[in-house]
Design a protein around this ligand. Structure first.
Ligand code: CAA
Length: 464
């Protein structure tokens, strides 16, 4: 049975900081953010918003747009790494908010959980819900899979340049208008790692930045290897001599902690894929350097990162490789459009891959490309760490959804924060009622209980 993404909606907070202002305040060259990382603006949550609010606002949008009744929703899953309770699942808060609009008990029949595995958990939730549909358990109902996060790092750290916030919700069913998942090819990799993690009670993560960059690429490559085996074994793809699996994928959507990570990961995967192919010889000639190898090719990530001579040569090689016409072609045609939204919004952790998918659809459609039947490959990564690679085909009805996408309009009106305002928000110095904006027709957080007997209880309202 077919299963896939029927529609997609986003909710992005209206406050943002500008990369140039931020760089100036931190004494960093603005080019490092804009060109080096691909960050122009970072969305920031107001004092009366939390990840559950963002998720509920996204859910309301998709339900209203599709005139969905609560009875037609069989499952509501939330994936997040910004959880604020160790026991009560975030989807229960969202159900509570939605019932303020749809009526008490309207979602009583619905099931679902909150899932966690850093930024990859949304992909697991998507896979599990697609399988719920494929198994015939959905009985005509839809699943809502929401990915919602606030990417927040300690002030003054290098991670602070890669913040953001927002939620994406996907409507999953057996007649998807946007994308039908390719069956029997979803591939995963997993390893016990400490590249990025957030211990209990800590609001911000502990990050080993360069380690996490390299681990991301290694784990996705491993999952891609398995994907390739599955795609060939299942007959989804047949490789002619000299072909790579990437030649059979029209668009690549990668996890985007910052937009240039997509380009970095693409370069890494393409190098890995093309190295064995006849075309590599010509590319090496064009680059004019041999591909560098670490002193200990079977070494650990630490030993590779510690091999400074290799790292410098590899950096230079990658820069030259990304300038070749062969790489430029694959970058422009398969990846570039998925990076646009990330530059404007920043890191959404679990949601960043799916914001990239939405960006790819909108901006490829605007380029006048016929997307019908195009294959989209997804490279999902979660620190800690696990990767998932999967794919799907864009469906004939996609225009019904994509023609109305307008990121600029959805983001507006945005308010730029001064650095002083941003730092006040970052350090949680204000209460929910001291919000910077007074939005209407949105769910907002009103109060978090601090009494001993009801500590942590959250109260939300729909702001009429
Ligand atoms: N002008 C133009 N470019 C410049 C520049 C300048 N003046 N200065 C530096 N750059 C370039 C660098 O060359 C580099 O580009 P390349 O990677 O193409 O070489 C880029 O800007 C970034 O510079 P650095 O690598 O020196 O930056 P950094 O080490 O200070 O910080 C970071 C980068 C490690 C990603 C940091 O922001 C960080 O720790 N972020 C959080 C962790 C993270 O996002 N990890 C990604 C993988 S893990 C994951 O994906 C899970 C998740 O969601 C967090």
């Amino acid at each position: 049975m077919t299963a896939g993404i029927d529609d997609i909606a986003i909710y992005i907070p209206r406050l943002y900081i500008d990369a140039a202002d931020f760089a100036k305040a931190r004494g960093v060259d603005p080019e490092k953010l804009q060109k080096g990382l691909g960050v122009s603006q970072m969305a920031i949550v107001d004092t009366n918003q939390d990840p559950a609010c963002l998720a509920a606002n996204a859910c309301l949008k998709i339900m209203q747009k599709n005139k969905l009744s609560p009875e037609s929703i069989g499952r509501l899953y939330i994936s997040t790494e910004s959880s604020f309770d160790e026991s009560k699942a975030m989807n229960s808060y969202v159900i509570g908010m939605l019932e303020q609009v749809y009526g008490q008990g309207a979602f009583e029949h619905c099931g679902g959980v909150e899932t966690k595995f850093a930024c990859v958990s949304g992909s697991y939730a998507l896979y599990d819900n697609a399988n719920w549909v494929r198994a015939g358990e959905a009985e005509g109902k839809h699943a809502l899979v929401v990915v919602s996060d606030i990417a927040k790092y300690d002030m003054g750290t290098s991670g602070e340049m890669t913040q953001g916030a927002g939620a994406v919700v996907m409507l999953i069913n057996d007649k998807p208008r946007l994308l039908a998942f390719d069956p029997k090819v979803t591939a995963t990799s997993i390893k016990d790692e400490y590249d990025f993690y957030r211990p209990f009670g800590k609001e911000t993560p502990i990050v080993h930045g360069q380690y996490s960059n390299l681990l991301y690429m290694i784990q996705v490559r491993k999952a891609l290897e398995t994907y390739k085996k599955k795609a060939l074994a299942s007959g989804l793809m047949k490789l002619e001599a000299g072909e790579s699996v990437l030649d059979h994928i029209d668009y690549l959507n990668m996890h985007l902690p910052y937009s240039n990570m997509g380009k970095k990961a693409l370069a890494y995967l393409v190098r890995h894929e093309w190295r064995q192919l006849p075309r590599w010889k010509k590319i090496i000639q064009e680059i004019g350097l041999p591909e560098p190898v670490p002193k200990d090719p079977r070494g650990t990530i630490e030993s590779v990162l510690g091999d400074q001579e290799f790292m410098a040569k590899d950096h230079e090689f990658t820069k030259l490789f990304t300038k070749t016409s062969e790489f430029q072609e694959i970058y422009e045609s398969k990846l570039a459009s998925s990076l646009i939204a990330s530059k404007m919004i920043g890191n959404l952790y679990t949601a960043s891959l799916y914001l990239g998918f939405r960006s790819c659809l909108e901006f490829e459609y605007q380029r006048g490309i016929d997307l019908n039947g195009k294959r989209v490959g997804f490279g999902s990564y979660g620190s800690g760490s696990s990767a998932m690679v999967f794919s799907g085909l864009i469906q004939p009805e996609y225009k019904e959804i994509v023609k109305d996408m307008n990121l600029e309009a959805e983001l507006a009106p945005r308010r730029k924060l001064t650095l002083e305002e941003y730092e006040i928000l970052h350090e949680n110095k204000l209460t929910p009622e001291e919000s910077m904006l007074h939005t209407k027709k949105e769910f907002i957080l009103v109060n978090v209980n601090t009494t001993v007997e009801s500590m942590g209880e959250r109260r939300y309202i729909f702001n009429e």
